[in-house]
Design a protein around this ligand. Structure first.
Ligand SMILES: [Zn+2]
Length: 184
């Protein structure tokens, strides 16, 4: 069975009301890498077979909202367009905003650790600080997710679509709320 069919199969089994995040699809349908899952789901959305919106994943508890994929109702209208950039800032603006977030995140973590600087990669650092109990699990999750978004935009030059962008903005403001002394 083609990957797209296996993904649709999983989503239909969950029922139309229950969405599944890209990460759980990657694991449960066994499609790698995750970027491939994202591309297939976007295509299925354009074909009207899948709907994407933010919510709580029905497969695993991730302790935060994510972009979810839902099986579309029979007879749903195809979106008819693969232009997902509508409504989201362009690649350059996304790059600027996410790079700005990263430098503030790094500075904030310097304060948390009380060090002048660090050369540790951000993902390793966030995971370590979570293990050491210096940042909350919820904050660490959001930072790791934002960093994954940033890698996609900055390194893969693959812009976030409007729903992913909304989620990224929410995570950025959550970082300020959930981390005392966040540098903004
Ligand atoms: Zn999930």
């Amino acid at each position: 069975m083609a990957n797209a069919d296996r993904i649709l199969d999983l989503l239909r089994k969950q029922g139309q009301e229950n969405g599944v995040c890209d990460d759980c699809i990657e694991v449960d349908v066994n499609v790698h890498p995750r970027q491939q899952v994202n591309q297939i789901c976007r295509r299925l959305e354009a074909e009207g077979k899948v709907a994407r919106r933010v919510g709580t994943c029905s497969i695993r508890n991730h302790e935060r909202e994510k972009v979810l994929n839902f099986a579309a109702a029979a007879g749903a209208k195809p979106r008819g367009s693969l232009d997902f950039s509508k409504g989201a800032p362009n690649l350059k603006e996304q790059t600027d905003i996410l790079s700005d977030w990263l430098s503030k995140a790094a500075e904030t973590l310097n304060r948390v650790e009380n060090v002048p600087r660090s050369i540790e990669p951000i993902a390793t650092r966030v995971s370590r600080l979570r293990r050491e109990g210096l940042i909350s699990s919820s904050l660490a999750d959001k930072m790791l997710h934002l960093n994954a978004f940033r890698n996609r935009v900055v390194k893969e030059r693959n812009a976030l679509d409007v729903i992913e962008w909304k989620l990224a903005q929410k995570y950025i403001s959550d970082c300020q709320c959930e981390c005392k002394g966040w540098i903004s």
